[in-house]
Write a protein that binds this ligand. Structure first.
Ligand SMILES: Cc1cc2nc3c(=O)[nH]c(=O)nc-3n(C[C@H](O)[C@H](O)[C@H](O)COP(=O)(O)OP(=O)(O)OC[C@H]3O[C@@H](n4cnc5c(N)ncnc54)[C@H](O)[C@@H]3O)c2cc1C
Length: 444
């Protein structure tokens, strides 16, 4: 069978199988789950062949593009793991402000290709994240507060259905499949081989403000962040990082990256950081640092370094500081050494562009996420429990989760509205009646 693929096929037990399985994961905490077959697609037709083979051999399929699913959603027991990382073609139509991009393309690399045409796309914040998984789950990227979740910029997809047919899905052809592909994330029931997306004018000025604080101003910083949220200009991504410094003391970093049309717009946005009430107590205050997109990516990469073990969990909330602070203090007390951290991100969904009718349907004012990072396998259980249990303790304040940082296998949570989950189930029953594609690893 292997010779029928432009790429390669490996069965469990073949030489190279284990290396290939592990290589599909970015997270070094590779799950003990073993697919029967791994197909490394080298072409769109390979994706079609793989689904047809899975039908013939009655294999369930897990799909991988960039392998940045923290949970390793694509690595399941039995069935087929279909690796699309080699499919990374991009085409750009600058006049129409449209592009097509294959799922194995890194968002950061897409931005570079677009910048050559003075264009932009709200790609993810970190190098390595590929558009396949990113766009299916929603996509929270640079200037995402301006353009909405990145899946709102998807106009059509090319997708191999469970029948093994390559079809185009958009608002008029297979509209249900198109609806589902914008938000079903790791539970999508097809193989996307190409996204057709709208692209935007490139922001000309990239800058940010950065403030570092000792943890003794924790209450003041989060109270300010919770109150100021809706007033933050949409071109600023206000984030508060809680982590430990080199000496092991907890500290807070308030960062406000800004992607603006010009200097005036950038300065107006940065002015919101002047309202930080404890500004004069900052250990480091950098009100305006001119940076490049590469600098922003390097900054993100520093807190999400390669070759480490990760356990993450997350939630959306509109709770006020009064309700959140006791839980945040508990996180500060227990936080492991850096680069483990707790992220507070101001999203303010209500103030953004109107949302389209799509599967993606759970978001809120504030995004909170825990990232446990470690190396020693002996700490696996402790680190998993740190991320999962702290998030579980905050569940009463949550409106749901982002599929970007999902931990559904350990803590099932709401990731789309109840109505949209029922519709997704109905569409799955039509397009994938035999359950050819693995569903989410957990759900409520
Ligand atoms: C370091 C790091 C930084 C991140 N930063 C961000 C961020 O800034 N914003 C954000 O929104 N998210 C972020 N994420 C989360 C990331 O977007 C998701 O994990 C996303 O799923 C990754 O896409 P991928 O293609 O690299 O991953 P994969 O692991 O390959 O894909 C995840 C899942 O999506 C499905 N899938 C993937 N490709 C296809 C396809 N072609 N057809 C059908 N189904 C498919 C599969 O079910 C797969 O298991 C980050 C993750 C990491 C590890």
């Amino acid at each position: 069978m292997a010779e029928e693929f432009d790429g390669a096929l490996l069965r469990r037990g073949d030489a190279g199988y284990e290396d290939a399985r592990r290589a599909t994961m970015w997270n070094a905490f590779v799950p003990d789950r073993f697919p029967d077959v791994i197909v490394r697609a080298a072409s769109e037709q390979d994706a079609v062949r793989a689904v047809r083979l899975a039908r013939d051999e009655d294999l369930r399929i897990g799909v991988r593009s960039g392998g940045h699913s923290w949970a390793g959603n694509h690595v399941r027991d039995g069935g087929m793991l279909l690796d699309l990382s080699a499919l990374d073609e991009v085409t750009v139509d600058p006049d129409a402000r449209r592009a097509t991009v294959q799922p194995g393309k890194e968002g950061a690399a897409l931005l570079k290709d677009l910048a050559a045409h003075d264009l932009f796309f709200p790609g993810g914040h970190c190098v390595g994240v590929c558009v396949g998984g990113y766009l299916l789950q929603g996509g929270f990227g640079w200037n995402g507060r301006v353009h909405g979740p990145a899946c709102m910029s998807v106009e059509a997809i090319d997708v191999v259905t469970a029948e093994g047919e390559l079809v185009r899905a958009d608002a008029t052809h297979h509209p249900d499949l198109y609806w589902a592909a914008r938000g079903a994330g790791p539970g999508f029931f097809g193989v996307v081989t190409r996204f057709h997306v709208r692209v935007y004018e490139r922001p000309k000025v990239v800058t940010q403000g950065v403030y570092l604080f000792d943890v003794d101003v924790l209450d003041e910083v989060y109270t300010w962040a919770a109150e100021i949220g809706p007033k933050v200009p949409r071109i600023m991504e206000l984030m508060v990082f809680l982590h430990r410094d080199h000496e092991g003391a907890a500290e807070l970093a308030v960062t406000g990256p800004v992607l603006a049309a010009d200097d005036e717009e950038a300065d107006e946005a940065l002015a919101i950081l002047d309202t930080l009430p404890v500004r004069d107590r900052a250990k480091l205050a950098l009100p305006k640092v001119p940076v490049t997109m590469d600098d922003l990516y390097a900054g993100s990469h520093a807190i999400y370094p390669d070759d480490h073990r990760y356990a993450v969990d997350n939630m959306w909330t509109h709770a006020g500081a009064g309700e959140l602070l006791p839980r945040i203090r508990a996180i500060a007390d227990s936080i492991p050494a850096a680069p483990s951290h707790f992220l507070w991100m101001n999203w303010d969904a209500a103030g953004g562009p109107p949302r389209e009718d799509m599967a993606f349907s759970v978001e809120d004012r504030t995004y909170l996420a825990l990232y446990g990072v470690w190396d020693d396998p002996a700490r696996d259980e402790q680190m998993v429990s740190w991320a999962t249990d702290h998030m579980r303790a905050m569940e009463p304040l949550a409106t749901g989760i982002q599929l970007a940082d999902e931990n559904l296998g350990r803590r099932p949570a709401k990731f789309v509205s109840d109505e949209n989950l029922a519709r997704l189930d109905a569409i799955r029953a039509t397009y994938d009646p035999d359950g050819r594609f693995h569903p989410w690893m957990g759900r409520l």
